[in-house]
Ligand binder design. Structure first.
Ligand SMILES: [Zn+2]
Length: 121
């Protein structure tokens, strides 16, 4: 399993328990070949002039050429993106609080005239 959904029952679990939706869940585009079922042959390198034009394509080893795959990679991507967003927001808030406390300290330390001189606006 890619994601840590095994611990908590989710909508995904409920869907996965249903045979009808299980078919739908496993019919997402394969992440490796983006749903085409074929990938560029790793033994046939990209030409520096022609690029991928004359390059061989082989059957995708992940989906065995079907072009469809399970939903797990997408759920993993979604959960990672969400975690990254939350972490970045927390860091941004912390940075802003530090700046505000620094400004407050400066205000306390300097006179009103000195503070007005060092601020831009
Ligand atoms: Zn594939």
């Amino acid at each position: 399993m890619y994601c840590d959904h095994s611990k908590y029952p989710t909508v995904y679990h409920w869907l996965a328990s249903n045979d009808y939706y299980n078919e739908i869940i496993n019919e997402f585009d394969c992440v490796e070949c983006e749903g085409s079922g074929r990938i560029w042959d790793p033994n046939d390198p990209r030409d520096i002039y022609e690029g991928n034009k004359l390059r061989n394509r082989i059957e995708c080893p992940t989906c065995k050429g079907k072009g469809v795959g399970p939903v797990e990679p997408y759920l993993k991507f979604y959960s990672e993106s969400k975690e990254r967003y939350v972490r970045d927001q927390a860091l941004a808030i912390e940075k802003q609080r530090k700046q505000e406390s620094l400004i407050k300290k400066l205000k306390d330390f300097l006179t009103e005239d000195e503070f007005a001189r060092i601020t831009v606006s």
